[in-house]
Design a protein around this ligand. Structure first.
Ligand SMILES: Cc1ncc(COP(=O)(O)O)c(C=O)c1O
Length: 385
């Protein structure tokens, strides 16, 4: 049979979109780069794994129970979380990771001709989902690595449905304090939905970092995203959520996929929820990692954007894709940033002390070897590629 007429069947905005290519499985990467061990520093995961209570639940999980469908709307988890957050159960909506929740929101509010507004260098999934959904995207350049309120406000028009603010911003780690955020919300007014992505909320310990959920009574046009992938170490189970005013969440629920959060994820999230000791230990690991990395970058004269989150960005004096290959050969997987409009930068996630020490050594070897090669190239005309 002939191929279907894809040119006719596929909307232009889908044809034009370049699909994201995920990285191959670790086992394949280990073979490709000839290493026995690979330290994952590319996805801002928690190297401790999930909190002990969630790990214990996973070990004791009864396989027979997977024959049953999960709660279609994560009800037990929503009840528990609503109590924890001090909001109503009906103000919460779960998805298969915060990524899926982004898609629910864009589907709920946008049609062709509408647009979203966000920063040019932030978490790329807002832009990607809008683009392959045929929705316009307006991007305000970052100002000194942070979201620029004036730039964002200048792009908003009558067809702007959603403004995405990543707070703190992945990948730069910058964040708006409460005063700056509320000033922005006041100036924008109630005619647009503001999505505040707080994927890294639990890492933030600064007194003036705003808890978006506490702003919901004052700003019913606000939607907050959170996830169990980062602090809570459940990235592989895919579970995230949004919180908003009842009226807004009722709308988003229309475009949500029922049953998309599996039962293991729901129960593990319930068990993970309030282990304060685990959060303290993770924050301590992050702080120590940030400090070790900052000291190494200072010694190597590499610009670094440290943050309160579990990642940092480093500027290299050579290509980030080359750095990726050379670091992989030493067993470290980092994130290249050219594709995220930061050519020559890498983003690295915080890992435990011993692995971070080894990474700092690998970074030094990399920088010294590239510097030596470019000196050779300059002196003798030897290629440094
Ligand atoms: C800012 C931000 N938002 C959302 C997500 C998506 O998280 P999830 O794993 O819950 O889909 C991430 C993941 O990297 C993120 O960094």
């Amino acid at each position: 049979m002939n191929l279907p007429p894809l040119d006719l069947l596929v909307p232009q905005h889908v044809r034009q979109f370049e699909a994201y290519v995920p990285s191959p499985p670790d086992s394949e990467l280990r073979k490709m780069f000839g290493v026995e061990r690979l330290v994952r520093m590319n996805n801002n995961e928690n190297p401790f794994g999930p909190p002990p209570a969630a790990a214990a639940f996973l070990k004791s999980f009864d396989p027979a129970s997977v024959a049953r469908y999960p709660s279609g709307d994560c009800q037990p988890l929503r009840i528990r979380l609503s109590d924890y957050l001090g909001i109503k159960v009906s103000q919460l909506l779960f998805g298969n990771g915060a990524n899926e929740v982004i898609s629910f929101v864009i589907k709920a509010f946008c049609q062709q001709g509408d647009n979203i507004v966000t920063a040019d260098r932030t978490f790329a999934v807002y832009e990607w989902i809008a683009r392959f959904s045929g929705v316009g995207v307006k991007l305000a350049p970052l100002d000194d690595f942070g979201f620029d309120d004036e730039g964002l406000l200048g792009l908003v028009d009558s067809r702007t449905k959603l403004v995405f603010i990543c707070n703190p911003n992945n990948p730069t780690g910058s964040w708006w304090n409460r005063e700056r955020l509320t000033r922005f919300l006041d100036r924008l007014g109630p005619n647009h939905i503001v999505v505040l992505d707080e994927a890294y909320f639990e890492f933030m310990d600064q007194p003036d970092y705003p808890d978006g959920i506490s702003l919901l009574p004052q700003y019913p046009n606000l939607i907050i995203f959170r996830t169990f992938s980062k602090m809570f170490g459940l990235a592989g189970l895919r579970i995230g959520y949004l919180a908003g005013s009842e009226a807004v969440v009722d709308i988003v629920r229309k475009t949500a996929i029922v049953y998309s959060v599996n039962s293991i994820a729901q129960e593990a999230a319930l068990a993970a929820l309030d282990d304060l000791e685990f959060i303290r230990a993770t924050r301590a690991m992050v702080q120590e990692g940030q400090q070790m990395l900052a000291e190494q970058c200072a010694a190597l004269k590499l610009p670094i954007l440290s943050s309160d989150c579990n990642f940092a960005m480093i500027k290299l004096p050579f290509s980030d894709t080359l750095a990726y290959r050379l670091l992989m050969q030493q067993g470290f997987m980092i994130r290249t940033m050219t594709g995220f409009r930061f050519p020559g930068w890498i983003r690295v996630s915080m890992v435990k002390r011993d692995e971070m020490r080894l990474f700092c050594d690998a970074l030094a070897r990399l920088v010294h070897s590239r510097t030596d090669q470019s000196m050779l190239a300059k002196t003798y005309g030897v290629s440094a590629s």
